[in-house]
Design a protein around this ligand. Sequence first.
Ligand code: G5P
Ligand code: MG
Length: 218
Amino acid sequence: MTKRLVLFGPPGSGKDTQGSLISTKLGIPHIASGSALREEIANGTDIGKRFQSLINGGNLVPDEFMFEFLEKLLSRYSLQNGFVLNGFPRTVPQAEFLDAYLLKNAASVDLVVSLVVDESEIVKRLSGRRTCENCGAVYNVYYYPPKVEGICDICGGKIYQRDDDSEESVKKRIKVYGDETLPLFTYYSDKKLLYEVDGLGTVDEVNSRIMEILNDRN
Ligand code: G5P
Ligand code: MG
C-alpha cells in the first residue's frame, strides 16, 4: 500500500482529521506544520513570539523561514517507512524544497490527496471547530461535539477554539490558499501524483474514499 502521502486542501477541509486517522491506521507518522507552529506559540518560544500575529491573522509564515523550520521538523522522523504530511508544502518553493529533502533521504512523495470542500462548508466547519489543548483531538460543535462540553473525550484535556478561526482570519486564509497554495495543484498534477477526493460527508466516508485510492495505487 502507498504510504508516502501529502494531504492537500483548503483550511477546514479535514487534513488534521484525516491525517490522524491515516497515521493510526497505517502506523506512519503524521507530520503537521500548522500544529508544530502552534506548539511554538503555546510554549512562548522565540519562533512562536515572532510569528504569532502573522499566523493568527491567517497569513503564511515566509518561505525563507519555513525551509529551516521544516528541515528541523522532518529530521525528527524516519521517513523511509512512510509518512502523511499535512499543512506543507504550502507553496511551490516549499514543494521543491521537500522533493530535494526527500531525495537526500532516499524517499519521495508517492501520492497527493486533495480534499475538495466548498466555501460555505469550510466556514461552517471552522466556526464550529474545537481542539483539545492537550492531545490535539479535533471536534466540531455541529458535527462531532465532545460528550461533555469543553472536555476532550480521549484525554480529559481542555478544549479550545483556535485563534485563527475568527471570521476575518478564515476569510484571509481562504484567500491566501487560493493565491499561494493552489498553484501546487498544477505542480503535482504535472507529476501525475494528484488525486482529488470529495471531502464532504462524514469523516468515515471521506476516509474510505482515501483508503480506496491508497489500496488501488499498488
Ligand atoms: P494549518 O494548521 O495547516 P489550515 O488552515 O490549512 O491550518 P486547518 O484549519 O487546520 O487547515 P484542516 O486541518 O484541513 O483545517 O481541518 P480539520 O481541523 O481536520 O477539520 C476542520 C473541522 O471540520 C473540524 O471541526 C472537524 O471536526 C470537521 N471535519 C473534518 N473532517 C470532516 C468531515 O469529513 N466531515 C465533517 N462533517 N466534518 C469534518 O495552518 C495554520 C497556519 O499556520 C501557518 C499559516 O499561518 C497557517 O495559516 N502555517 C504555515 N505557513 C507557511 N508554510 C507552511 N507550510 C505552514 N503551515 C502552517
Ligand atoms: Mg489542520
